[in-house]
Design a protein around this ligand. Structure first.
Ligand SMILES: [Zn+2]
Length: 387
């Protein structure tokens, strides 16, 4: 059988790095991580010399609308492929293209395009994140008012039955919110609270009904108040709840990022970009779903001045969270890999480097040098040539 040997890397293992080992890939999976002197290469092996780069599990972004000129709501195979092609350059081996609140027809069109996409090999596409349309108008952020509505099973069950939806952001306090939570549980879809005015008590009730995540924590929700602790504190008290954090330093103050990470622990934080079409591009005028957005100094805002997604990339999100929380690369790693994978039921197939896992790997030396998906090199920085 053809093997790929990843040699001379510092392999991420259990919040640390090990050296002197070879990572062996067969049929798209990691089959072993062995001391290098016990591996006897054969002529048919493909050998990748990592030149002492870090070998990390590929990054997993649960919340990303678009990048590099493409948006999930473009709903064309070209746009989704364009997004995939860009994301692998950023070390992303798994992402959930994220929809905006829109008409039934436009969301269905995005879901259908992504459903067709599911069988393409060696892409980072993992499934869909539906952000809305069942959101609270009072906490809508840049989600368009006209497209927000209470949950309607006739509508969402069609999307759920494609099997592609992995995550949905919803406001559990809306009429029909708990029925929606039950349907999420039945369909193995992770429900996340976001663009919601849920109180502390309502959030606790939602967790009992199946809620498992807080979307872009502190954005599009109540803040913490000493007489109404809100969704964050209720989530903190429930160990099954994971917190998405946008670590661009704009959506949440770095001190708040540090507080959340220290308070709930790294094992409950998923770093996300919430990136929109302009990520990877220059400042200018862009569309985010149905919403017109101006990007200036990397900040994406609507005409009313509200934040409308970020221009963040996962490598920058990683560097920022390390700085904001004073973490080493190994300490920060679970928040971009293991935690997001676990939160959508894809661990340990994804998010870890161990025998049996998909060979989704990033070679990192201050930045992404090489990206592998299922053992295939899908991106190679040009000035970093393997031996
Ligand atoms: Zn949002």
């Amino acid at each position: 059988m053809t093997r790929t040997l990843l040699e001379n890397s510092r392999i991420y293992q259990n919040r640390d790095f090990i050296t002197g080992h070879t990572l062996i890939i067969e049929d798209g999976k990691i089959t072993a991580i062995q001391p290098a002197d016990t591996v006897i290469p054969s002529d048919t092996d493909t050998r990748i010399n990592a030149h002492n780069a870090y070998a990390l599990p590929g990054f997993i972004d649960l919340h990303i609308h678009g990048s590099n000129g493409f948006d999930t709501m473009d709903a064309t195979p070209e746009a989704i492929q364009g997004l995939c092609d860009y994301l692998v350059t950023q070390g992303v081996t798994g992402f959930l293209p994220t929809t905006m609140s829109d008409t039934t027809a436009d969301i269905t069109s995005a879901v259908d395009t992504l459903n067709d996409f599911a069988t393409r090999p060696h892409t980072p596409y993992l499934g869909i994140h539906l952000e809305g349309p069942y959101l609270n108008t009072e906490h809508r952020g840049s989600q368009p008012d006209t497209h927000l509505r209470p949950p309607n099973p006739d509508e969402y069950l069609c999307w759920f039955e494609t099997g592609q939806v992995k995550l949905i952001t919803l406001a559990p306090e809306l009429t029909g919110g708990h029925t929606l939570l039950q349907h999420c549980v039945q369909h193995n879809i992770t429900p996340a609270l976001g663009h919601s005015g849920a109180t502390y008590a309502q959030t606790h009730e939602a967790v009992i009904a199946g809620l498992r995540q807080i979307t872009h924590t502190f954005n599009g929700m109540r803040g913490i108040h000493h007489r109404e602790p809100g969704a964050f504190v209720a989530g903190f008290e429930n160990p099954d709840v994971t917190f998405q954090l946008i670590t661009d330093g704009v959506h949440i103050h770095p001190a708040m990022v540090n507080m959340v990470v220290k308070l709930v622990g790294i094992e409950r934080v998923a770093v996300i970009t919430d990136a929109m079409r302009a990520a990877g591009l220059a400042d200018g005028e862009y569309e985010l779903g149905d919403v017109h957005v101006t990007v200036k100094d990397g900040e994406a805002r609507t005409a009313q001045g509200g934040l409308a997604g970020s221009t963040l990339t996962m490598p920058n999100a990683l560097r920022n969270v390390m700085t904001f929380c004073d973490l080493t690369l190994a300490e920060a790693m679970p928040m971009l890999t293991e935690v997001p994978a676990k939160s959508i039921g894809m661990y340990p197939q994804k998010g870890i480097l161990q025998a049996g896992a998909d060979a989704d790997i990033v070679l990192w030396q201050d930045d992404v040098q090489t990206t592998l998906i299922s053992g295939e090199v899908v991106y190679q920085q040009t000035d970093f040539a393997p031996a």
